[in-house]
Design a protein around this ligand. Structure first.
Ligand SMILES: [Zn+2]
Length: 447
């Protein structure tokens, strides 16, 4: 079947323009003048609504198998479809078993089968104990590896010590795959004591200072220089690291950087006492830091925005800032949150497509088919109304547990419909009966 998706504002790698996106068998066959649509094509006309490339989220904790009561493929991909995401890349924790062996990867594939409303790909895990599994996992199709320089605070996934990381880096480098790192060092954390008031956000913020991130990033830049592997810094929170990251990239080191919607939207000064829904690690920092992160995106030092969607049962978000689970879920609302802040800063739809689609697709090695409205790419499309204004309600969230620090906010920009490989997976609040998402295996980089 031939289809034509027509809009006066199609966001292509060359800019925004009126176009008809002609699709055959789920793939983009041409992007042409709207007056030149093949006669046999089934037409979808969107007027002045924007047609964006499907968003790619390179940082999601789907938590299945093993902690499906926290999230799961069915609910995460439903929220993704509603939020304009057409591909999710799943972190190797907080599922059980963690994705650190090929057997665990196969268990994940089995769990995902038939449940996904959007496409997905797996990251593998690197811990202190599994360096021997890197090559088999790469061969089995993971998009890259994730490790923690600090205890991730969850049973089932171990941090990696510096000497273990150094020992594993030659094997990692041989795979050619990126290493994604949670960059905080424990020696710079302030563990606190019982006389501290842990209901206050300032207490939590003080416990995870900028220096913990900075020291980790300095160490990683050195290791990258020494072992020459693609390094990706996940969820950068401190803007103090931007200059050193820019210098390292100017030196030619293969480093990429992500930040998250919550670091670009919230700031510490407004987080209320007891506001544990805002807890994440590294923490949301000052208002000034937030503005510097936006500048990092403008300057291209930060490549992409990923959600770090990390849900848990609501009971785990209770208590004070020491007890509560650190993680913010945002798959269904990230596009609106980010666009709301972009509008205020006069940033463009092209920026949005670059930061939330093209660059994350490239990181995961899916950029031969995902991340652009261009010939030969999958027809992953989002119909987006950039001028819509709405107040976020719990029922908009779509993921398993309807809790969010964004509830009640007035946001701009709403997803009207989402298409994966030419098929609607979300249409104004409703979802088709059968899930059509498939695993995507990255472009081979080596061997
Ligand atoms: Zn994460």
């Amino acid at each position: 079947m031939t289809q034509a998706f027509v809009s006066s504002r199609v966001v292509t790698p060359e800019g925004v323009r009126p176009a008809a996106v002609v699709v055959e068998e789920g793939r983009i066959q041409s992007v042409r003048d709207p007056g030149d649509i093949p006669r046999e094509a089934l037409q979808h006309r969107f007027g002045d609504l924007v047609l964006l490339p499907g968003l790619v989220d390179s940082h999601v904790h789907i938590n299945e198998p093993g902690r499906t009561e926290w999230e799961g493929f069915a609910t995460a991909t439903r929220a993704a479809a509603a939020g304009g995401y057409t591909t999710l890349v799943d972190m190797p924790l907080n599922c059980l078993p963690e994705t650190t062996t090929v057997a665990a990867l196969e268990a994940k594939r089995h769990a995902a089968a038939g449940q996904c409303r959007v496409d997905w790909a797996p990251w593998g895990g690197l811990t202190g104990q599994n360096a021997g599994h890197l090559a088999p996992l790469a061969e089995a199709g993971v998009a890259g590896f994730k490790c923690f320089l600090i205890n991730p605070g969850i049973e089932g996934f171990a941090m990696i010590e510096k000497h273990e990381l150094e020992a594993a880096l030659p094997a990692l480098a041989r795979t050619g795959l990126p290493l994604l790192v949670h960059a905080e060092l424990a020696e710079h954390l302030y563990p606190g004591n019982d006389t501290d008031d842990w209901t206050q956000y300032t207490t939590y913020l003080r416990s995870r200072p900028d220096e913990a991130e900075l020291a980790a990033i300095r160490m990683l830049i050195d290791l990258c220089r020494k072992h020459s592997f693609p390094l990706h810094i996940v969820h950068l929170s401190t803007a103090l690291a931007l200059q050193e990251l820019a210098d390292a990239r100017n030196e030619g080191l293969p480093i990429t950087v992500e930040t998250c919607p919550h670091y670009l939207h919230f700031f510490a000064e407004e987080i209320p006492a007891g506001g544990t829904l805002y807890k994440c690690a590294p923490p949301v920092r000052s208002r000034e830091n937030r503005e510097a992160l936006w500048q990092g995106l403008r300057d291209g030092v930060i490549d992409l925005i990923a959600t770090d969607h990390s849900p848990c049962p609501p009971s785990m978000k209770q208590g004070d800032f020491r007890q509560a689970w650190g993680g913010i879920a945002s798959l269904s609302v990230a596009i609106s949150v980010v666009w709301t802040d972009m509008r205020e800063r006069n940033l463009s739809l092209e920026h949005l497509a670059r930061w939330m689609s093209a660059q994350p697709a490239k990181l995961a090695g899916l950029n031969d088919r995902k991340g652009a409205i261009a010939v030969g790419y999958d027809a992953d499309l989002v119909v987006f109304d950039p001028d819509a204004e709405f107040t976020l309600r719990a029922e908009d969230l779509q993921y398993r547990h309807l809790v969010s620090p964004y509830l009640g906010e007035t946001l701009h920009g709403k997803v009207q419909a989402t298409f994966v490989r030419g098929a609607a997976v979300y249409d104004q609040g409703s979802f088709p009966e059968s899930p059509i998402g498939r695993e995507q295996i990255r472009i081979k980089v080596c061997c």
